[in-house]
Write a protein that binds this ligand. Structure first.
Ligand code: ADP
Ligand code: MG
Length: 612
């Protein structure tokens, strides 16, 4: 609790006791009014004061002003206990709200408690503890067991296991040894690591995740904007209703006190705070719960969109498959096998495409990157590289057609990577990928959640794509697509009315990620493109996080809807009953503060994790 919250709590306790005393004293008339005025002023002086100031600024529909007017009105018509109680409960509501909002803010910060405090940097053989922001690229840092990895980097020496749970939601530790990448924000569990930094703090995974989560509050859901607009006319309408109720009926029956009392009920119920507070709180909680599972949501609007998605399109390589190809066969035309692999590996040595990385990994010898003088990635097709002064093309059949190489397909199943020197065909390498272990269950889980259609969009061969789709239970496959054609397919589906999420690995599918209603990127661990262009980032590469994200989104939306229906329902009911004389000020207190507290408690359920 902050100091202010503590002070308010004491005032609440004091005012509650004083109200009790006033109620027990056998007083009548002016004595009773004075007895209740004491707790009223103890708890309400600041409300009265800021109401007065607000009138000076012309803010008449401010909730403080309305509370002041309602309670002063109640005093004026002899409802002293009610006046004190309304003010007391109003402050209880405010107090509760500030605790709840503060707590959820803090809990997101705690959930994302991944900010490294310091880095131990090795400079001229000396160790020194510095702020992670002061470490430059390429410096050597030491990370002891139990410490948080301050910056992204590569292990120079040592081996250990890392706890990445706070980043990915994955509870199994990851083993690292020399040459492995370590991600900032994870915790070093067992061994001392010496690491060469590969990013400055601002560009590190941890800094970017924190920025992303912190900015997520800015992107409001449609219902949030709707509630804000609604609140803007709800309050004036109810207040005008109150004025009419206080002025018109008594012209006919002359019972001014009774109608003013009924009108005061309107003023108390006119505050839309239950909605204005609980709806953003729900989204905040939902985003927090998701980030605890390694699902980063960049804004409430994406959570909202995800809840109603009916079509999910997947990229294949690296998304549904592991993107780690094994080389199954090397079929050169004239040259020896190892020469073909050598050319391919050298040409691919600058590329980060999964195909390229696999071919490089299959090359056992040393790869001299400096043999490459010029490279150009041809998205969805392959690569053009000048190796030893000669131009080579490495890629799929489409690329061979473009350069006019006389290629032929392979009888083996798998992804076929052709190699050509200018237009001269040199042969091909057959590689095969494996499906991710949870890919199939993810597709099934999405179907079970009522997703109408799952689609695979891939640049790979038709046959490979169909095999994968069949094994996974994906409904539709579009193969041999260039990145631009993936965008076209997605646009086609959007035109057909699909509410579409696209899931990709961030490697040359940025345009599709941004075109879909919700762009979901896999494997943000280190992939810059993914973090930038996606709306939702799945921190570990697991497709099974997606159905979980959908569930969390739907739960959040359900709670938001519950709160809207509940809060408006109760308020409208009390307005109606109040106008007819069936509800008194105590009902109004419930309609204001009771509803606020219940709505906040309900909204806080969004923060809870869901288990299947
Ligand atoms: P996906 O849609 O399955 O993620 P991409 O669009 O990234 O695949 O690539 C489509 C195809 O283009 C790959 O299957 C491969 O045949 C070829 N390709 C793309 N990049 C490269 C590369 N760097 N080297 C060789 N082939 C490549
Ligand atoms: Mg891909």
């Amino acid at each position: 609790m902050t100091r202010r919250q503590k002070k308010t709590l004491w005032r609440i306790v004091a005012a509650a006791l004083l109200t009790l005393v006033a109620a027990l004293l056998p007083l009548e008339g002016i004595g009773k009014a004075l007895a209740f005025a004491v707790p009223y002023l103890v708890i309400g002086y600041d409300v009265l004061w800021s109401a007065a100031r607000n009138i000076a600024h012309g803010q008449v529909f401010d909730e403080k002003f309305l509370m002041a007017l309602a309670t002063l009105g109640a005093f004026g018509t002899g409802e002293y206990p009610e006046a004190a109680a309304v003010m007391l409960f109003y402050q209880i509501g405010e107090w509760f709200q500030s605790i709840a909002v503060g707590r959820s803010r803090k809990s997101i910060a705690a959930l994302m408690d991944i900010r490294p405090e310091f880095a131990t940097v090795l400079r001229d053989g000396e160790e020194s503890e510095v702020d992670p922001e002061e470490v430059a690229l390429g410096e050597t840092i030491l990370i002891r067991p139990g410490e948080r990895v301050p910056l992204d980097g590569t292990v120079l020496e040592g081996s250990s296991s890392l706890d990445t749970a706070a980043l990915t939601g994955e509870s199994l530790p990851v083993d690292v040894t020399e040459g492995a990448r370590v991600i900032s924000g994870s915790i070093n569990l067992t061994g001392l690591l010496r690491v060469r930094t590969e990013s400055v703090y601002q560009d590190s995974t941890v800094a970017r995740i924190l920025e992303l989560v912190e900015n997520s509050a800015e992107k409001k859901a449609r219902v949030e904007n709707y509630i804000t607009r609604f609140a803007r006319w709800y309050t004036p309408c109810v207040v005008i209703g109150a004025v009419l109720l206080a002025l018109i009926p008594p012209l006919f029956d002359g019972n001014w006190a009774m109608w003013i009392n009924r009108a005061l009920i309107f003023l108390v119920v006119s505050c839309p705070c239950a909605l204005v507070v609980s709806v953003p709180l729900s989204f905040f909680g939902g985003i927090g719960a998701a980030s605890r599972e390694g699902i980063l949501v960049k804004g409430a609007n994406y959570l909202e969109a995800l809840a109603t998605v009916d079509t999910v399109a997947f990229d294949k390589t690296g998304t549904l498959t592991q993107g780690e190809f094994a080389v199954d066969a090397i079929h050169p035309r004239e040259i020896p096998e190892d020469e073909l692999l050598d050319i391919a590996a050298v040409a691919e040595s600058h590329s980060s495409h999964p195909v390229a990385e696999s071919i490089v990994a299959a090359h056992k010898g040393h790869i001299d990157k400096s043999r490459v003088s010029k490279v150009e990635e041809l998205a969805g097709r392959g690569i053009r590289a000048v190796v030893d002064g000669q131009t080579f093309y490495v890629g799929n059949g489409k690329l061979m057609e473009e350069v006019g190489a006389d290629y032929h397909d392979c009888h083996l199943s798998g992804t076929v990577i052709h190699v050509a020197k200018e237009a001269e065909y040199l042969g091909h390498i057959v590689i095969n990928d494996q499906l991710k272990p949870d890919a199939k269950e993810s597709i099934a889980a999405l179907k079970a959640l009522g997703v109408k259609q799952t689609v695979m969009l891939t640049g790979d061969r038709q046959q490979v794509a169909e095999n994968a789709a069949r094994a996974l239970g994906v409904d539709r496959v579009y193969a041999q697509l260039l990145p631009a054609e993936k965008v076209e397919k997605v646009e086609q589906m959007l035109r057909d009315g699909a509410r579409l999420a696209f899931v990709g690995d961030g490697i040359n599918d940025a345009p599709v990620l941004s075109r879909a209603d919700v762009g979901v990127a896999m494997g943000a661990m280190g992939s810059d493109a993914a973090i930038e262009s996606a709306d939702i980032v799945l921190m570990d590469d697991k497709p099974s996080r997606l159905p979980l994200a959908v569930k969390l989104a739907r739960k959040t939306m359900r709670i938001v809807r519950e709160n809207i229906v509940f809060a408006l329902g109760v308020k409208l009911l009390i307005l109606a009953l109040g106008a007819l004389g069936f509800a008194n000020m105590w009902w109004a207190v419930f309609g204001d503060v009771g509803v606020l507290i219940l709505a906040i408690l309900n909204a806080m359920r969004c923060m809870l994790p869901i288990r299947n």
